[in-house]
Design a binder for this molecule. Structure first.
Ligand code: PMP
Length: 292
């Protein structure tokens, strides 16, 4: 069975799925995207992802290519054609194709739409149970990281640092030492008094969909959760560190740069939240999972 992707109205073999060379996504990174976990036959937090997509489009004044109901029909068709059972859905909407000029095309052009599925889900339980390492790097991104834009070069540079250090992620920090988030996930710590802390979704981070669900699950389980900034110094002294994201779920972090966090094993809070998140995704109801 060939892998089918959707591009601008057509379902094509993945290898033949192309966009135009004057697509503004290609020339200016003028586009937005979403990555949605598809787990045992249903999307996870679909509505939250679509709401964030609508917000990203609106913040960049990119027209909606169609209604979100119509987009959902397309997404479901790509999922069905690829017989996806578990993996992820990638969707990207660019401002469209126009003669190269920095300002927005006037009159506006039709936005480009791409939907791709991949049968790859997050890190295995075996990887998570060992925990991962993070390295640290200055957060050199622009000031609109709240928008899920495809302008990801600083994130790529940061992830490459992790790759070279055989680390799972890179924690990004401001000049004052504040940890904002990681290159492709949200950053968390557990303080010595067992408070769970993550940066507020105030514009300095991407408001993660997994982050919101994990906050809810943690509070329901009786944990104290604080949305506040924390520094690298606090992170080094933390009881636990972990990251969350669509492709990582909850991933314990046991080492930052050359220093072990606590005793260097995944923490009980991170493992508990990972288990809670796993049972949450397992119990998402397929009957309502696509509801907007
Ligand atoms: N921060 C950044 C920079 C990301 O790229 C991601 C992954 N898209 C996240 C956080 C986590 O967001 P989510 O839980 O919605 O995947």
């Amino acid at each position: 069975m060939s892998h089918i992707s959707y591009v601008n109205g057509r379902y094509l073999p993945h290898a033949a799925a192309n966009v135009h060379i004057e697509d503004r996504g290609y020339q200016f990174a003028d586009g937005v995207y979403e990555v949605i976990c598809y787990w045992k036959g249903k999307p996870i937090d679909y509505k939250g992802h679509i709401q964030r997509l609508e917000r990203s489009l609106s913040e960049l004044q990119i027209r909606q290519p169609c209604t979100m109901q119509a987009l959902t029909v397309i997404v479901r068709e790509v999922v069905a054609r690829n017989r996806l059972t578990t993996g992820h859905i990638y969707m990207q909407i660019n401002r469209g194709v126009a003669n190269r000029a920095h300002y927005f095309p006037k009159p506006s052009v039709k936005p480009s739409v791409v939907v791709v599925t991949k049968p790859v889900a997050g890190p295995s339980d075996a990887v998570a149970e060992k925990g991962g390492k993070v390295v640290t790097a200055p957060d050199i991104r622009w000031e609109r990281v709240d928008i899920k834009s495809v302008s990801l070069l600083p994130n790529c540079l940061a992830k490459q640092l992790a790759q070279e250090a055989k680390a799972f992620e890179t924690f990004l920090h401001l000049p004052d030492g504040t940890v904002t988030e990681a290159s492709a996930s949200n950053a968390w710590m557990v303080t010595p008094d067992k408070t769970i802390v993550t940066h507020p979704a105030d514009g300095a981070i991407l408001s993660g969909i997994t982050r919101a669900t994990v906050i809810k699950l943690a509070r329901e389980a009786g944990y104290k959760v604080e949305e506040r900034a924390f520094t690298l110094t606090e992170a080094f002294a933390a009881k636990e560190l972990f990251v969350t994201g669509t492709t990582s779920f909850v991933m314990p972090i046991v080492q930052m740069n050359d220093r072990m966090i606590a005793n260097g094993s995944p923490g009980t809070v991170a493992l508990d939240l990972r288990a809670r998140y796993r049972s949450y995704v397992d119990t998402v109801d397929p009957a309502t999972a696509w509801d907007l």
